[in-house]
Design a protein. Structure first.
Length: 323
């Protein structure tokens, strides 16, 4: 018998798996968590290595047993219910909330980073400074991944590197000069719009307009939504690991229950998801192939490590624990 402590020996930042499941049942069979698919009169059982898994996303036509949820909680696996293709994301009775996760419960969650976080969070100037720090990390990640040698060898993605560097330098200055949350969000929106344009030009995609919830038949829009929700899963894991509530956002407002998840996901969405969505659309890939492309990118770039350390660094940089 494995004890709960044994299941958590693999750090979340080093775990390899994100699962998106559909048309299956998740249950405990012989002490293991498995998902079952039916083909005709036959049932096929597939093991889920929960000790090496960060997130389970349950899509259309899925069910999960109480015993399986107990094992997920013991291993520290976050579970989210979602629609087809990973979007939109639901969780239990929290329908119509864009990002909400069923998180493992524990009476012994660490409080160090939470205490630091709330020490600065109620100070508007410090919260703005933290948001600027997030955006600087975001730009660093874009620069790191869009301009690396692997991306330069990608035949489908012929990026104007000098143009990107010039644009990012300009946005660094704009972010530093922003004097309010609204000004910072304007800079963030302009940055994202510029990146969409550069990516569409790099793959010769043609006219592109970002549309929410899939954008109909536009492949790039659908892939962007799908990949972004994978990033939200990693961001939710990072908040759970550090013990910081998802409602304590620094940029996406105090009225969005999962605002901090959006803030964190921004650190990797543009850097890792955006270019791959356009490449996959031009390659004519299906959702499963694109999903694996994203997950491989997360693993190779140690994306979850980045999200966790960014949260920790922000908490320590801008706040001090209360006495």
């Amino acid at each position: 018998m494995l004890m709960p402590a044994d299941l958590k020996t693999i750090l979340h930042s080093k775990r390899a798996n994100i699962y998106y499941l559909q048309y299956c049942r998740v249950l405990v069979n012989g002490g293991r968590v498995e998902y079952v698919t039916d083909e005709g009169k036959e049932s096929f059982y597939w093991n889920i290595p929960i000790a090496n898994t960060t997130v389970i996303m349950l899509g259309t036509g899925t069910s999960v047993t109480q015993a399986a949820m107990r094992e997920f909680a013991r291993a520290g696996v976050l579970v989210g219910f979602c629609g087809g293709g990973g979007t939109p994301l639901y969780a239990g009775n929290e329908v119509d909330i864009d990002v909400s996760w069923l998180t493992p419960q524990s009476e012994y969650r660490p409080t160090e980073y939470l205490q630091n976080w709330v020490a600065f969070w109620f100070d508007e100037n410090k919260r703005l400074a933290a948001a600027k720090y997030f955006q600087q990390v975001r730009i660093e990640q874009i620069e790191r991944h869009w301009l690396n040698t692997r991306m330069q060898r990608e035949n489908r993605f012929q990026l104007a590197s000098a143009t990107l560097s010039e644009k990012l330098s300009r946005f660094r200055e704009g972010i530093a000069a922003a004097g309010s949350q609204n000004e910072l969000m304007l800079q963030e929106a302009l940055l994202t719009k510029t990146l969409y344009k550069l990516a569409s030009l790099a793959v010769q995609y043609g006219d592109f307009t970002r549309a929410k919830r899939g954008g109909g038949n536009d492949c790039a829009n659908r892939f962007l939504d799908h990949g972004n929700y994978l990033a939200y899963g990693l961001a939710a894991v990072a908040t759970w690991v550090t013990g910081i509530p998802q409602g304590l956002a620094v940029l996406h407002g105090k009225t969005r229950r999962g605002g901090l998840v959006f803030d964190l996901a921004d650190l990797i969405k543009d850097a890792l998801i955006l270019p791959q969505a356009f490449i996959a659309a031009m390659e004519g890939e299906d959702e499963q192939t694109f999903r694996q492309r994203c997950i491989t990118g997360f693993q190779q770039s140690e994306a979850l490590d980045l999200l966790i350390t960014s949260l920790q660094a922000t908490a320590l940089k801008f706040g001090q624990p209360r006495a």
